[in-house]
Write a protein that binds this ligand. Structure first.
Ligand code: DOR
Ligand code: ZN
Length: 354
């Protein structure tokens, strides 16, 4: 049976919510990745340093005292963020960066940014201080087609923004299109992107052909096959600008299977296994060079991008089929995980010091 070990990965984009739901979903991540970038789109959103530090304390309090898991916090960018808060963020290692949601783009984004021009002074300061800007890259206006919202954001907003702030550190989160891949490839080294397992595995037919399947609905929405193929090529290319960020985004089954279903795919318990499936299909993970590529995407590129040390631990994956349950119970009701009722091809066997 194929088995290999590599540096323990990180998750550079994760939603763990709060309170009861956080207690239910956090262990899956804390037991598999070394660090995770925690998204701030709670209600109310995490808009200042005190809120972020309190949220971090709640996360750590929900885990065993022996955990080595490190939450990397983000602040939710609003027009009210102050320059003095940015000065403080720059010297607060618990806070990795600032998350930009265009207002109305996704779950709990109403307090996000209406017009980018309004935050230019903030971006100028972030550029000076070297604070990363993590971007949900879509134009959420009704007159922009759902499937064009990422490319429209890149041409109409991101290209002008990166021209105006050429040294600003930018992560374009959960990219979904060939357009995004090309933008990142041609951008400078301090502009990178996260890629989710679901955008690497699925296209929009998985969500729409033969009936509407709400558990495939996420934002940015799944795109056509040629875009998925471009993402797989980017993720497996060895280019250090692309790295793993699961965007695991749990919503209760009742909120997903609804006349107005929530966007988000809950993938955290199977994310590493699914990334391995994708790399195995593209590169054949029995080859040591392919295992190294996988390690780079999962465990090196993101850390390097953010100037973090590599995790001191390694994990061992085996090519063991694992059955995914049809639902995962929480005190609030069931969650339907990615691949519910089907198999994943890999299993995390152990985590140990390297
Ligand atoms: O599908 C998504 N779900 N995309 C996002 O950008 C947000 C996330 C959530 O918080 O549910
Ligand atoms: Zn997200």
């Amino acid at each position: 049976m194929l088995s290999f070990s590599f540096i323990q990965p990180d998750d550079f984009h994760l939603h763990i919510r709060d309170d009861v739901l956080m207690h239910a979903v956090l262990p899956a991540s804390a037991e598999s990745v070394g660090r995770a970038v925690i998204m701030p789109n709670l209600t109310p959103p995490i808009t200042d340093i005190a809120m972020a530090l309190a949220y971090k304390a709640r996360i750590l309090a929900a885990l065993p005292a022996t955990t080595a898991f490190q939450p990397l916090m983000t602040l939710y960018l609003t027009e009210h963020l102050s320059l003095s808060t940015l000065q403080e963020v720059a010297i607060t290692p618990d806070i990795l960066g600032i998350k930009l949601y265009p207002a109305g783009a996704t779950t709990n984004s109403d307090a996000g940014i209406q017009a980018l021009e309004s935050i230019y002074p903030l971006l100028e300061t972030m550029e000076e201080l070297g604070i990363p800007l993590l971007i949900h890259g879509e134009i959420p206006h009704f007159d922009v087609d759902m499937f064009d919202r990422e490319p429209a954001f890149i041409t109409q907003q991101l290209e002008p923004l990166t021209r105006r702030f050429p040294l600003l550190r930018v992560t374009l989160e959960h990219i979904t299109t060939q357009d995004a891949v090309q933008f990142i490839e041609s951008a400078p080294a301090h502009v990178g992107a996260t890629i989710t397992p679901h955008h690497l595995l699925y296209n929009r037919n998985h969500m729409l052909a033969g009936g509407v399947k709400p558990h495939y609905y996420c934002l940015p929405i799944l795109k056509r096959e040629r875009h998925r193929e471009a993402l797989v090529k980017a993720a497996t290319s060895g280019n250090p600008k692309f790295f793993a960020g699961t965007d695991s985004a749990p919503h209760l089954q009742s909120k997903k299977e609804s006349a107005c279903g929530c966007a988000g795919i809950y993938n955290a318990p199977y994310a590493i296994a699914l990334y391995a499936e994708i790399f195995d299909q593209a590169l054949d993970l029995s080859l040591p060079a392919s295992q190294k590529r996988f390690e780079s995407f999962m465990s090196r590129h993101g850390a390097q991008f953010y100037g973090l040390p590599l995790n001191p631990t390694q994990i061992t994956l085996t090519q063991t089929p694992v059955a995914v349950p049809i639902h995962i119970d929480t005190p609030l009701g069931p969650l339907i995980p990615i691949r519910a009722g089907e198999m994943v091809g890999w299993k995390v066997e152990k985590i140990e010091e390297r």
